[in-house]
Design a protein around this ligand. Structure first.
Ligand SMILES: CC(C)(COP(=O)(O)OP(=O)(O)OC[C@H]1O[C@@H](n2cnc3c(N)ncnc32)[C@H](O)[C@@H]1OP(=O)(O)O)[C@@H](O)C(=O)NCCC(=O)NCCS
Length: 204
């Protein structure tokens, strides 16, 4: 069975925050990150399995990293982030990194993490759709996501949403024990999806 889906979310829902989604029977609230979210985000990061923290781009268990993240997202509006919550507790998040003043203003990078206890419920897929909708709204043309080559489940998930491996960078990240790992960069042509939506008369 071909399970490939597009990462595209219904564009009409892109600007409605907060909103509640269904994850395998659990009601999960999605909302953009807000100034008061520091403690909840830190608690989420601290509860992540060591294995995941080894490979996050920045060490999000550090309060100063969380502070900078919120500053970029909320104060400077440069790092659109969506948090997923159940009963107020953060169980996952997605961020879209992009820089209008870089040499790739048309490219966004996705970073998504779901807490260990919430995995396999479809949340990762819905968080990526939320970021994808934000990318469309921002007019980004290409999305990339980076992960170590041993993150097989993540790679399979991104591929099932239309991302394709574009580059392999050898020994590119170093874990806390000092070991180096290869990373794969996956990419998705947002522009092409937007054109397809427009051809079908879906827009807004
Ligand atoms: C990648 C990640 C976000 C997926 O989150 P999730 O909420 O478990 O994902 P979903 O439940 O939406 O699953 C999406 C698909 O991936 C597959 N999948 C998820 N976890 C899997 C696993 N451990 N093994 C095999 N497949 C898996 C599911 O089968 C699902 O496919 P389906 O919808 O056809 O059934 C999560 O595993 C994670 O946070 N990993 C660590 C951080 C990371 O690698 N981020 C990606 C780099 S930015």
């Amino acid at each position: 069975m071909n399970t490939t889906t597009t990462a595209t979310a219904a564009p009409a829902a892109a600007h409605t925050w907060p909103r509640t989604i269904d994850c395998n029977g659990t009601a999960v609230q999605l909302d953009v990150i807000r100034a008061g979210d520091e403690a909840a985000l830190l608690a989420f990061a601290e509860a992540l399995p060591e294995q995941d923290l080894l490979f996050t781009y920045r060490d999000i268990s550090q309060p100063r990293v969380i502070k900078a993240w919120i500053r970029e997202s909320v104060d400077r509006d440069r790092l659109p982030t969506v948090l997923a919550r159940v009963d107020g507790k953060v169980i996952g998040c997605t961020s879209l990194i992009h820089d209008d003043f870089s040499w790739s203003p048309h490219v966004g990078e996705l970073r998504v993490v779901v807490g260990a206890e919430a995995r396999g419920l479809g949340l990762g897929r819905q968080l990526i759709q939320a970021s994808f909708a934000q990318a469309l709204a921002l007019g980004l043309e290409k999305l990339v996501a980076q992960m170590t080559t041993d993150q097989r489940a993540s790679i399979a998930m991104f591929e099932s949403m239309g991302f394709r491996a574009e580059a392999l960078l050898a020994n590119h990240v170093r874990d806390r024990s000092g070991r180096k790992h290869d990373i794969v960069m996956l990419s998705h042509d947002v522009n092409e999806v937007a054109a397809r939506l427009s051809a079908y008369g879906v827009g807004g």
